[in-house]
Each structure stands twice: as C-alpha cells, then as structure tokens.
Design a protein around this ligand. Structure first.
Ligand code: GLN
Ligand code: ZN
Length: 761
C-alpha cells in the first residue's frame, strides 16, 4: 500500500491546559515557589504535550517549542546574545538572568545594577509578543546553552524521537534591532553556531529538524533574499544526514517562492490557510523536495473542512511528491483543548477545534489520504460544515441585508470638519487646550471583586449596578474637583474593552478556558465571532446617561471601534474580515446614535488595534486600510455636526498610514507621544493633520507622577508644530492599571500644565 503522508506539528501551546506555566512562573517571581519547582512544572508540561501528540498519532512531534517565557529569548540565550547591560559572565544562563532580560532588573534584585527590560514586539501579525534581540558592533555568537539538546534527550527517554524546532538564522537577525551595524554582517558567525547546533542534534540521533523562516512571507530586500542560499548550503553541509524542513507561515511566499524552492533542504512547509498557491508551489519545488501542507488553521478555532483539505492533499499527491501534513503554523496561537468548554452547547462545540483537536484532524487527514481515514471525524467535520453553512444562529438575513444596503453617504459626516468644528465649539464652550482622559479610571481590587461576586451570583444585579453608580459618581466628582473639561464615566463596568461589548452583541461567543499566550505569563481569552453581528439593545447608554446626569460639563461616551473588536477576537472564516467589520460597525453606529439621543455631546470610538491589522505585505495594505477606514466611518458618521467624535490609538507610528488616519475624519484623535518626547508627532505635523489632536502628555505605563513642568514642556513642543487651537491635553492611554493616588496627582499636574499654557497665550 502507498505510504501515507507524515503528520507533524510545528509547535504546541506550552501554557498548559490550566495555565499551569503562568501560575507557577508568577509564583516563582513572587518568591512563593522555588526554581526547582518551576523547572519541574516545565518538564511535566513538555512530557504531557509530547504524550498528547503521540496519542493523537502525530508522526513528527516537535521539541524545543517549549519556553518559560519566549522562544526568541530562548534562542538569544542559546546563541549567547545577551545585551551588555545585563553583565552576563558568559556562564550558564539561569532562570533569574533569563527573566531579568525579559522583565528588566530592579535595583534590589540580586543583579549588580538595574537594567531596562528588553523590548517586546508583536510576532508578525499575531497577538504573540517576542523579546527583541539586540545587535551592535560588539555582538558575537557562541553556543551558550543546551536547551534543544536537553529537550531532545528528554523526549527520547520517553521513546519519542522529536523534530527539534529552531527559528532560522535569517528570521532571527531580521527580527532583531541593530545599533550602528548592518545585521547581515553578523550572518556568517551566526550560521556557524547554527551549524554546530545541527551537528549536535544529528549526533544525538535527530532525524529531522524544523527551521522556521517566516520572514519568507514578507517583502524582503534583495540582500536578505540573496543571503538564504549560502546560509542553507552551510547548514546542509554541517549535518548532511539530518533532514531539514524549512517552515514558512502567516502568508504567501509569492516572490520568495523560487528562492525557497532552490534551497538545499529536504522539505518546505507552506501555510495553505493564507492563500498560498499550491499549484505554484508544486511546480516550483524540485521533485526530491517534500512539501509540507499547512492545511489546518493554526491561527483560528474552527473545525477543519476535512473534505476540502483532502482534495488539496490529493492534488498535491497526484504529482508523486512526498507530502507532509501539519497545522498552518505553531498551535501556540490557539487555546489548548476543547475539553474544558463544558458550557458551550453541543452544536457550537462541534464547530470548533483547539490545539488538541487540530492535531487529531491532521492525523485523520494523513489517514484519509490513503483512505484508511477516521470515519467518525470525517462525519463530524461534514456535519459541522453543513450546520455552519445553514445555521440560523449564524446567518441572519436582516443583518446581511442591512450590510448590503450601506451607501457611501452613510460613511460621510453631514458637513466637512471646519463646519463641524464651529458647531462643536458653539455647543461645548471649551477653553483653549481642553483637558480630558482616555476613558478608564483605576480598576481597583474592589471593582474587580464586585464584578466577580456579581458574575458568581453572590451579588445581585441591582446591588452591582448601585455599586457601579457609586464608582461613576466618585469618578465624576474627582474630575470636577480636578477641573477637567471633558469628563468620562471611568469604564468601571468593563472587564475588558472587547469582551464587554462582545458579551452584549449577537454573533459573539465566549469560552471558559480558551486562553492563548500573549507574552510571558500574560494570556488572553479572545472572544469568538461566529455569526452575523447585531446589537439587540443599547450597551453603554445607561452608564453614560447616568454619568452625564451628574455634571454640567460635557461627558464623553466610550466605545470600542469595529477594527479593534475584530482584531482582538477569533473571527469567522466563512466570510471576509471586511464583511464582519461592517456588521460590527453598524451595531456600533446604532449605539452612537442612541448615545447622541441620550444627550451625550462627545463620543470616543477607540481603535488601538487599527495599525496591528496591517497586512504583512505592502501590496495588501491599501485594501485593508480602505475597508478598515470605511468601517470606522460607518460607525461614527451618523451623528449631528455638533456631536464631537473622538478616536484613540495607543501608539504613534503613523508615518506610513497618515492618509488613512486623516480619512477616519474623527473630530479629535488622541495618541501616545509622551515617551517619544513628542518626536513622533512629526507624522501629524508633516502631514498637516487637519483635525484636532491630543498628543499624550504623560506615560500611564508607570506609576511615576510627572511634574507639571515636564508636561508644560511637552505641550510647548506640540504647540510649536501644531495649531494651538487644535490641541487637546490628555494622558497617553486609559488609567485602569493605575492606582487612585498617583492618578489624581498626575491629573492635577496635567490640568495645571494646561492652565499654564492658556495663561501664556
Ligand atoms: N478607553 C480605553 C481605556 O481608557 C482605551 C484603552 C486602549 O486604548 N487600549 O482604557
Ligand atoms: Zn490606548
């Protein structure tokens, strides 16, 4: 009989089904658990993951995909690339130094001196954050750890010959930040260490190694493209017996396909859930190179359409080439198991697959390919696909019809900005340099405890609402005492800015335990958008109206924008993201109009995730920005001229998207600028941003209370480059992670700073 394709996996979630890793690591940091206990939990998790994958009939099981914090940090440690400020002595890197690099060293640590944490940034277009490697003229590489070897041996002792996983040398360099050198100048010495690693793995008995080069799905400079061939020739020569699989994911290879196909490797993995052209890959690869098909979506939670996947596999096998099957990328980006989701109804659960279930799908596909498949799984897949296609829980004709009826007029405010600005000035009567905040006020232990009791049922809804009214009243009073101009209600009713809205919208679902690692021990539980989205009832009006009733000053209502609602959720795979965004936008539009009717004169629609939704390839960005901007405008544009629309984004790299930002046509935008000393405002000044703008004057990520003078300086800088009558005064972001004392002190200084500037004008 024909041999079946190897089923493999690119990586498995390491947090544990019950977030054991998070809990133990945090206990270790707090001094409640010792290093040996943490190491033991790590061993147990690896063992459980390997055994789970073996039980799922996965042929090639990964190792070295485990991490106590981040796999790129692990790699930096393995390569001996530790920033000089941590004073590494060149010896073994223990847990304390490892976590210090990730989280920074404090003066009272056992470290010799304080050192800033390494930077963290998003891993491609995911919500996972890695620790950014640092390179400078002094950077050298030397094999400085044994993690991949130890983990390989650990699994071998269980009888599992794993496929060690390493992020490739070009991706590692590309993702780092360099000071004063060309990163590629480091490639040769880096490749030398990789060669040594491969040799040692081969000696240990590894048969396969997986080298991840996801940068092959990016637009690459010629020098980077050219560097691949020689690098992989060296790696090949270092370990001729080792089978090298190069893994790409998160996008299409496009112009990088010929270069990948020419590498001296044994197999290439492509992500078929992100539009890769299978036929192009089949045509480009030399006959001896195996093709690994990423058919099961590692970025989303839907059950695979096994029939559709089988067709792809058959097409690939028809050419006689060796095929491997896998999820599209590491399963790090999905929750661990559906087993804990006991509160979801049977039909809905049947639509889903988390990491554990996805591996079963890969294994089943490998068997289906030679028709010894798992009939039960194949049947369930068919049922799920059928029911999702027809379900009235998903498909709501009224929502679809309303979306289709959207006209260009619905995305336009009634008058151009200057006219609106005049109307808003007449209505709001604000001073020059008006002060406001971004929305949330401190979420104290008390607030969280009350919500927890209410969710458990030990606090009645009436009592919980009384409690929230008390919080709102205190927040409003505090702002009046501070003499802030545009007030907020404080968002104490919200656990999370997406979840709060998702819970009230049709078409959203929530899991009990669907945690995904975001960075280090931080995990998030993204909602699932499964169906047509609509708003059955107002979501925030009650709280904003109440807050407005307590004051004569303008109250600003707070909403989470359509792109952020989309970006921070698992989304439907049965319609384009743009269609889902439009549905959410219409739901928010209704809320905006209800708020306006309730007397709110200022409404803020937060879009902190707009930028992170940018596609990886430049060629795809314009299309995304077009529908994203349309969705925002659709949510906002229904209001009168004298209703002021704000938006907020907690970052400031706007240079390449200034046109679309302006096209949002928000009356006021608040952004983060304090940490860059207003330098990043240049995008707005160069562009001559026409509307009003609130460049953040203090960093809310730190408990430090900035002096009035510091904020005055920042505001002077801003008013030197922007029309002063367009300037607002606000913090960088919401205050929910801060305590009340520091918040009141910082806001008092902020109001004083605004007063100082007014007095000088
Ligand atoms: N309105 C939100 C808050 O103040 C905005 C948060 C954000 O931008 N991430 O908390
Ligand atoms: Zn923010």
């Amino acid at each position: 009989m024909e041999s079946r394709p190897l089923a493999h996996s690119l990586g498995y979630p390491r947090i544990g089904a019950d977030r054991e890793l998070k809990k133990t690591t945090e206990a270790f940091w707090a001094g409640r658990r010792g290093a040996s206990e943490l190491l033991q939990v790590g061993r147990e998790l690896r063992r459980a993951n390997w055994l789970a994958q073996r039980d799922a009939s996965i042929d090639l099981i990964p190792s070295n995909d485990f991490s106590f914090y981040d796999q790129i940090l692990d790699l930096s440690c393995l390569l001996g690339n530790i920033p000089a400020r941590f004073h590494w002595d060149g010896g073994p890197i223990g847990l304390n130094l490892y976590f210090r690099i990730a989280r920074g060293a404090r003066a009272n640590d056992d470290a010799c001196c304080p050192a800033a944490a390494s930077e963290m940034t998003k891993w491609f277009d995911t919500n996972y954050h890695y620790i950014v490697p640092e390179f400078d003229a002094r950077t050298t590489f030397r094999l400085s750890g044994a993690k991949p070897f130890e983990e390989f041996a650990e699994a071998l002792a269980l009888g599992i010959r794993t496929k060690p996983v390493l992020v490739g040398p070009l991706t590692y360099l590309h993702l780092g930040k360099a000071a004063g050198i060309d990163k590629l100048s480091l490639l040769e010495s880096l490749t030398g260490v990789y060669a040594e690693i491969l040799r040692r793995l081969a000696e240990q008995g590894a048969e396969w190694v997986q080298i991840d080069e996801p940068i092959l799905t990016l637009d690459l400079e010629p020098a980077w493209r050219d560097a691949f061939a020689a690098t992989y020739r060296s790696l090949r020569a270092a370990a001729p017996s080792l089978k090298i699989l190069v893994a790409t994911y998160f996008g299409e290879l496009r112009d990088n396909l010929p270069l990948a196909a020419a590498l001296p490797i044994d197999a290439l993995h492509i992500d078929l859930t992100r539009g890769n052209d299978l036929d192009a890959a089949l045509a480009a690869l030399p006959p001896a190179m195996a093709l690994s098909l990423g058919v099961v979506d590692g970025r989303n939670i839907w059950r695979n359409d096994l029939d559709a996947s089988r067709k792809l596999i058959e097409r690939a096998r028809a050419r006689g080439r060796d095929i491997l099957l896998a999820p599209s990328c590491s399963l790090l980006h999905v929750p661990v198991t559906l087993r804990a989701e006991t509160t979801l109804d049977e039909e809905f659960r049947g639509w889903l697959a988390f990491a554990e279930e996805k591996l079963a799908e890969v294994a089943a596909l490998s068997r289906i390919a030679t028709s010894e498949g798992d009939p039960v799984l194949a049947y369930r897949s068919r049922v799920a696909i059928q029911s999702r296609r027809a379900s009235t829980r998903i498909h709501r004709p009224a929502v679809k019809a309303r979306c289709e009826a959207v006209t260009a007029a619905a995305t336009k405010r009634r008058a151009p900005f200057p006219e609106r600005q005049a109307a808003q000035r007449a209505r709001l009567q604000l001073p020059l340099f008006p002060t406001t905040t971004i929305g949330s006020f401190p979420q104290t232990e008390e607030v969280r405890a009350a919500r927890a009791r209410w969710k458990k049922g030990s606090l009645s809804t009436a009592d919980y609402e009384k409690f929230l009214e008390g919080e709102i009243a205190r927040t409003v009073r505090a702002q009046e005492e501070l003499d802030i101009d545009v007030l907020v209600h404080g968002e104490s009713e919200r656990n999370d800015m997406v979840e709060y809205f998702g819970e009230q919208l049709e078409g959203y679902a929530f899991t009990k335990n669907g945690w995904v690692q975001s960075y280090g021990t931080r995990c998030v539980k993204p909602p699932i958008i499964f169906g047509d989205v609509s708003r059955p009832h107002p979501m925030t009006v009650r709280w904003s109206r109440y807050a407005q009733s307590l004051t004569d000053r303008p109250m600003k209502a707070m909403l989470t924008g359509p792109i952020t609602m989309l970006q921070w959720s698992f989304v439907r795979d049965d319609q384009p993201r743009s269609a889902t965004a439009r549905q959410i936008a219409l739901a928010l539009r209704d809320e905006v109009l209800d708020l306006e009717a309730a007397g709110l004169s200022v409404i803020q629609i937060d879009e902190p995730a707009l930028r992170e939704g940018l596609p990886l390839r430049r060629a795809d960005r314009a299309a995304y920005l077009a529908w994203a901007v349309e969705a925002f405008r659709l949510s906002a544009a229904g209001v009168r001229n004298d209703t002021q629309i704000h938006t907020h984004m907690c970052y400031c790299e706007f240079n390449d998207i200034m046109g679309p930002i302006a096209a949002l046509d928000a009356d006021v935008i608040s952004i983060e600028t304090s940490r860059s000393n207003m330098e990043l405002l240049s995008a707005f000044t160069d562009f001559r941003y026409p509307n009003e703008i609130g460049p953040g004057v203090y960093d809310i990520h730190s408990p430090r209370v900035p002096a009035t003078g510091e904020m005055v300086d920042l505001l002077r800088k801003a008013s030197a480059v922007l029309p002063r009558e367009n300037l607002w005064v606000n913090p960088d972001c919401g205050l929910k992670t801060r305590g009340w004392d520091e918040t009141l002190a910082a806001l008092r200084h902020m109001v004083q700073a605004a007063a100082t500037l007014r007095a000088q004008s």
